[in-house]
Design a protein around this ligand. Structure first.
Ligand code: SR1
Ligand code: MG
Length: 422
């Protein structure tokens, strides 16, 4: 079938030819169709039977341009191939955490999947101050399993190399290389969008600071060269759907073989961004709750739980005795030492990527609504300034920490400072 762009008007005609969708929706009468995607790249529709909300599917299509930048910015639909591959691989490694795929088509760059309408996108729920008791446990399992079992520590060397080559995703990697790891730190870049009330002297802490530039260059080099594991590639809180019972991870179109720390950092950065915006949202709600404390606890928990589960996976794999990467016994002291060193490197790089993902959301093209929907420009600018200070603090010391406790303490200090000295 030749590619064409789906819309509310032609969607039913397209779905009618797919037997699996017949099974789920029954006949094609009395359907509610909504365009629900507020993403930066694609179009997403929900199709639901009016008299039975359980009969429902999500249709996602990649279009041949970068939606946030407009139709003049070409981007091939090949990203859908990566999304489908990654969803399948994630479903193999942790089926509890990914939507079921009903149908996919590379010709049309379409995936049709389970409608997770009982599990709203995390971002708005976190802006609203909702607590998720299972989130840290679920997401750390997702990270520990997807990152460990696609790495050289679990796969035979030839299988791993084959997997790297099948998952080369240059176009979407280039988006990250540019929009996360280059443009925000360069004051002449035309894609940057500068917050109106944020003074230039504050932007200078990331745009005129050679130490920051050197550290960001180091993170960019790690991103471009370390083909460690199959990443989700864009694990922010708009890529997670959850309620208090369960957690799902969606949208892995940026997936490729890259540094494990990039996924963990992407996630943690969103907790700090929400943390600094939360004071405003708490006042809007008239709450005086402990949500900010909960956010910082989650950061520590995600890291601790991830590193524990990752190491357990590793020990179990070596215990099986057929591990190609580590051939000595699992209780060999060299193994413990190597693990310790390796986890320390993942932590330092996670902190580096957490920082870059915070800075890009302030100065770069794609922002987060936790901050952009703060109606008072002066309050928003204060939040943005705090984000940039914490980000540069952690980036420039990223090898010095043994967990996130000290960084969290600095976040609390910044939050309680009226005037921040540069
Ligand atoms: C600049 S393209 C917009 C951003 O949207 C995606 O979610 C990625 O984070 C990408 O960088
Ligand atoms: Mg996305």
């Amino acid at each position: 079938m030749e590619y064409y762009q789906l819309s509310k008007d032609n969607l039913i005609e397209y779905l009618k030819d797919i037997p699996k969708i017949h099974e789920i929706l029954g006949d094609f009468t009395d359907l509610d169709i909504h365009e629900i995607g507020d993403g930066n790249l694609n179009y997403v529709f929900s199709v639901t039977k009016k008299d039975n909300p359980k009969k429902s599917v999500i249709v996602k299509q990649a279009v041949p341009f970068l939606r946030i930048a407009g139709e003049d910015w070409p981007l091939s639909e090949d990203r859908m191939r990566h999304e489908i591959n990654a969803l399948k691989e994630e479903a193999r490694l942790c089926p509890k955490f990914v939507p079921e795929i009903y149908f996919s088509s590379l010709d049309m760059s379409v995936v049709i999947m389970q409608n997770l309408s009982d599990y709203p996108i995390l971002r708005q729920q976190m802006i609203d101050g909702k607590i998720f008791p299972k989130l840290a446990d679920d997401i750390s399992t997702f990270l520990a399993n997807t990152l460990f079992y696609t790495s050289d520590f679990a796969l035979a060397a030839d299988v791993k190399k084959e997997a790297v080559s099948e998952n080369i995703n240059p176009e979407l990697c280039k988006i990250t290389e540019d929009f996360v790891l280059t443009n925000p730190y360069y004051d002449q870049d035309e894609t940057n969008i500068y917050p109106e009330d944020l003074p230039q002297k504050v932007m200078n802490i990331i745009q005129k600071n050679p130490i920051v530039h050197a550290e960001v260059a180091e993170m960019k080099y790690i991103f471009m060269t370390q083909a460690e594991a199959l990443l989700h590639g864009d694990l922010h809180i708009g890529s997670i759907m959850a309620n208090s019972d369960a957690t799902y991870v969606i949208d892995p179109e940026f997936s490729f073989y890259g540094p494990m720390s990039y996924d963990i950092g992407a996630l943690i950065s969103n907790f700090y961004l929400n943390y600094f915006a939360q004071n405003y949202w708490q006042k809007q709600r008239g709450d005086n709750d402990d949500y900010q404390e909960w956010l910082l606890e989650q950061i520590n928990d995600i890291w601790q739980k991830f590193s524990y589960k990752f190491e357990q996976n590793w020990i179990n794999e070596v215990k099986k005795g057929n591990n190609e990467f580590y051939v000595r016994p699992w209780n060999d002291p060299g193994f413990a030492l190597f693990r310790k060193r390796h986890m320390q490197t993942i932590l330092a790089d996670t902190i580096g990527f957490t920082s870059c993902k915070m800075m890009r959301r302030i100065v770069g093209l794609a922002k987060v609504k936790d901050i952009t929907t703060i109606a008072d420009g002066k309050i928003r600018a204060k939040v943005e300034e705090r984000v940039l200070h914490l980000a540069t603090y952690m980036l420039t010391r990223r090898h010095q920490f043994s967990d996130f406790t000290q960084i969290n303490a600095i976040a609390v200090q910044l939050e309680h400072m009226d005037e921040i000295k540069g």
